[in-house]
Ligand binder design. Structure first.
Ligand code: NAD
Length: 506
């Protein structure tokens, strides 16, 4: 079966079947590098959402909940191997759909394979515990899957985000309804088809692209959904949380960031320049964890910025498929939004020291390209320092003291990532302790590809955790305590016998 770019007509995947467009019509999925239609994709409406959730609910009770954990793990490991076997095809598709450089799309594909491998290996290691109460009692815990898990993902890193969320949910024994973003739905559908080929039972993973306000809201409100993992903007995350509250189900929210990358004068400038440039310009700044605020020790300001500007000047802009440094923004609207922020920064008093324009190269005229941009002389109070721009714009904020660096870092509604660059490890560790952020990196930014280290927010960057074993425990979600009282029971003991003794019940 062709899973990738040769397909021009894409159906939804519901209950193991490819379902054509119904009343929801189709999405014209475009290549952001040139505006051409890549594929026509069935777009889910509320009826399709209902079918997908019911298929997932039935698959949960009929098959997946009853499948032994080791077998669940084996299926996930097969999916991982299948992603690796077709990595070139899948990476090319992700590259064309999102606009990112091909090497980034290849890295994302490998990370997706790694998530299925990591969580596949962990499926039969979701342990409970025994709790000592002394002779005559046996208390223990069991970790149970939640049921139907809804995953709503954005367009910037579909493969990575579905990998971390869906693989953990499936390993834990949940069934999934996955709603990718309309701007980049292709790899989610490809993984859905691949999973079926690998023996994932029908209905265990359903994929329904569709517009957020209709399909996303219908999914979050559906009464048979037991948990939601949402990745996207604060505004939509807040809306999802309200819908979840209507039927009292848990949510994991992975929202935005305005992450500080803190550079001290004693840093090793070579790798630091690379790290800082990559942290912001990767995928043209359309990364939730982008290091979008450069906090620069004042006495290194001129020398570091000179080196950074030299590096940025060498960056190649072009269609992702040519593997440049910077591809297009996802849409023309997104580019306009970023250009508005650059203009705002200038009005606020920032110095535009590099970039800030649409490239003049005629060959790039059909895509939403934008030069990598540096805004210097920024104060943390400015809107360009406080708001997520989600484009290739780095704001430079000077500081003098470690305390000041910590205060500026934390003066944000966000708290997703932070980078610290210095040769003084004591200073780095002391500062790391002070920063309110889900991840802190020292002399690197995003270590080791990501599957193992828990990830998530402080403040309005969200809550709950994905990645690592923490992500798996959030996915299983429910811990059931069982108390057995051998003294008061009959035969082998009575569940909940502690209740009979009249203690500890509220
Ligand atoms: P978005 O919130 O507009 O969309 C995200 C998803 O939600 C899409 O699938 C969309 O269709 C859906 N959606 C939109 N409106 C909806 C509604 N009313 N009801 C239900 N679903 C709805 O976000 P975006 O612009 O696509 O993505 C960019 C944002 O995502 C940025 O803020 C970025 O920082 C954040 N992000 C966070 C992470 C993370 O892991 N923390 C990762 C990537 C992106």
């Amino acid at each position: 079966m062709a899973i990738a770019s040769a397909r021009k007509l894409e159906g939804m995947i519901i209950g193991g079947e490819e379902v054509p467009a119904g009343a929801g019509g189709v999405i014209e999925d475009r290549n952001p590098a040139n505006g051409e239609v890549l594929a026509t994709v069935a777009s889910a409406d509320a009826t399709d959402v209902d079918h997908a959730v019911k298929a997932a609910a039935e698959a949960f009770t009929r098959t997946w909940q009853r499948t032994r954990p080791a077998e669940r793990g084996r299926v996930l490991v097969r999916i991982s191997a299948a992603i690796r076997a077709r990595a070139d095809e899948i990476a090319r598709m992700e590259c064309l759909d999102t606009g990112k450089p091909l090497r980034q799309a290849k890295a994302d594909t490998e990370v997706a394979a790694r998530y299925f491998e990591f969580y596949g290996g962990a499926a039969d290691k979701i342990l409970g515990s025994t709790i000592p109460l002394g002779s005559g009692f046996l208390d223990y815990t069991v970790r149970e899957p939640l049921g139907v898990s809804a995953h709503i993902v954005p367009w910037n890193y579909p493969l990575q985000i579905l990998g971390r969320g869906v693989a953990a949910a499936l390993a834990a024994g949940n069934t999934v309804v996955l709603k990718p973003a309309s701007q980049a739905p292709l790899t989610a559908l490809a993984i859905g088809r691949l999973a079926l080929e690998c023996g994932l039972p029908p209905g265990v993973l359903n994929v329904i692209p569709g517009p957020g306000p209709e399909a996303g809201s219908a999914l979050a409100s559906h009464r048979l959904v037991n948990q939601i993992t949402f990745t996207g903007s604060i505004a939509t995350g807040t809306h999802i949380m309200k819908l979840a509250a209507e039927h009292t189900i848990p949510v994991t929210l992975e929202l935005g960031g305005k992450s500080p990358n803190i550079v001290f004068a004693d840093a090793d400038f070579g790798p630091t320049v690379e790290g800082v440039a990559n942290a912001i310009y990767q995928h043209a700044g359309q990364t939730c964890s982008a290091g979008s605020r450069l906090l620069l020790e004042r006495r290194a300001h001129d020398s570091f910025l000179e080196k950074l500007t030299d590096r940025v000047r060498k960056m190649k802009i072009g269609p992702g498929i040519d593997d440049p440094d910077i591809g297009p923004l996802i849409t023309e609207d997104q580019r306009r939004r970023v250009l508005d922020y650059i203009a705002l920064g200038k009005r606020e008093g920032a110095d535009l020291t590099y970039g800030g324009k649409v490239p003049s190269d005629e060959r790039l005229s059909k895509g939403s390209f934008l030069e990598p941009t540096l805004l210097d002389g920024v104060s943390n109070a400015m809107r360009v320092a406080q708001e997520e721009i989600f484009g290739p714009v780095l704001v430079v904020i000077p500081f003098d003291e470690v305390e000041e660096a910590a205060a500026i870092s934390n003066d944000s509604r966000y708290g997703l990532l932070a980078g610290i660059w210095t040769r003084d490890i004591n200073k780095a560790l002391a500062l790391a302790e002070r920063i309110q952020s889900g991840q802190v990196y020292i002399n690197t930014y995003g270590a080791g590809g990501g599957a193992e280290l828990p990830f998530g927010g402080y403040k309005q960057s969200g809550f709950g955790r994905e990645k690592g074993l923490e992500g798996l425990l959030v996915a299983v979600g429910r811990v059931v305590g069982v108390g057995v009282g051998a003294r008061v029971g009959v035969g082998d003991g009575v569940v909940g016998a502690a209740v009979g003794e009249g203690v500890g019940v509220d």
